[in-house]
Design a protein around this ligand. Structure first.
Ligand SMILES: [Ca+2]
Ligand SMILES: [Ca+2]
Length: 268
């Protein structure tokens, strides 16, 4: 069961990971219609109905790919021009970290992420033209208690759509878009727990710590994934990201600032 109902009837479950695997499991099973199982890194503590990540400093070197779960690219996980939602139940005493994302700043055809800078949950979407829109909650949720968080890209609202973040079933923050947000699709994996393309030197990995009970992604693109096959170019690879040049606001390095409440200039 989802914590909160979808705003749009146009959405279908793209994937749902219950994260109920047994101790030591290497595969995160998808209960959704597309069979999007993930590969679980060895440093993730699995069992008892959740996945757990140990505390880590944001600057800890080297990058630790064993801290992430990797789900292969699938069109249902790319918003395209449709609406999109990510919902998860989690608890954390960390005021930092990327929780789940598909793509990074250097992915030229778009990216999305769900994060908790300074413990404010939120998400950001970047389109193929580089337009970046985000919404960050007003409620800090790094209190170690369980919370259901949902981020929503609603393409059908108003002229250009809106982003909303829900905390425990209540709307926590809204960003009504003031310009169009174009197509968002890439050919890189979806990652849970931090970035996949990072080195902790030039590109921070933004590792999450805490515990996740489940994650569900709902998308319009999942309604007809066979019709929504990747139409973007295949020139993007995981290794192609240039250095994460901060052109204005680094939303993870300046968490909690006023700028992180609205749109950002970098999605990393
Ligand atoms: Ca794709
Ligand atoms: Ca679970």
């Amino acid at each position: 069961m989802s914590g909160t109902p979808s705003a749009s009837a146009d959405l279908a479950v793209a994937a749902r990971w219950e994260m109920d695997e047994s101790v030591g499991a290497a595969v995160m099973a998808d209960a959704g219609p597309n069979g999007l199982d993930g590969a679980v890194g060895d440093e993730i503590d699995v069992g008892g109905g959740s996945f757990r990540w140990s505390t880590i400093n944001w600057f800890t070197h080297p990058a630790t790919v064993e801290r992430i779960v990797v789900v292969d690219d699938h069109p249902a996980l790319d918003p395209g021009l449709g609406s999109f939602e990510i919902e998860l139940r989690y608890r954390s005493d960390g005021n930092y970290g990327n929780i789940v994302q598909k793509g990074q700043n250097g992915n030229p055809t778009g990216a999305w992420k769900f994060e908790q800078p300074w413990g404010f949950p939120g998400c950001a979407f970047k389109d193929a033209d580089g337009v970046l829109k985000g919404v960050t909650g007003r409620t800090q949720t790094w209190d170690g208690e369980w919370h259901v968080i949902r981020c929503e890209l609603d393409r059908d609202f108003g002229e250009f759509g809106r982003l909303r973040v829900f905390v425990d079933g209540e709307v926590d923050q809204v960003n009504v878009l003031n310009e169009p947000l174009g197509p968002i699709a890439n050919d890189v994996p979806m990652v849970i727990g931090g970035k996949i393309n990072c080195d902790q030197i030039v590109i921070t990995c933004d590792y999450f710590w805490g515990e996740i009970d489940y994650i569900e992604v709902r998308s319009e693109s999942s309604i007809a994934t066979t019709l929504t096959s990747t139409t973007t170019t295949t020139t993007t690879t995981v290794a192609s990201e240039p250095p994460s040049v901060v052109s204005g606001i680094d939303d993870t390095a300046t968490p909690g600032s006023a700028a992180t409440r609205g749109d950002r200039t970098v999605l990393d």
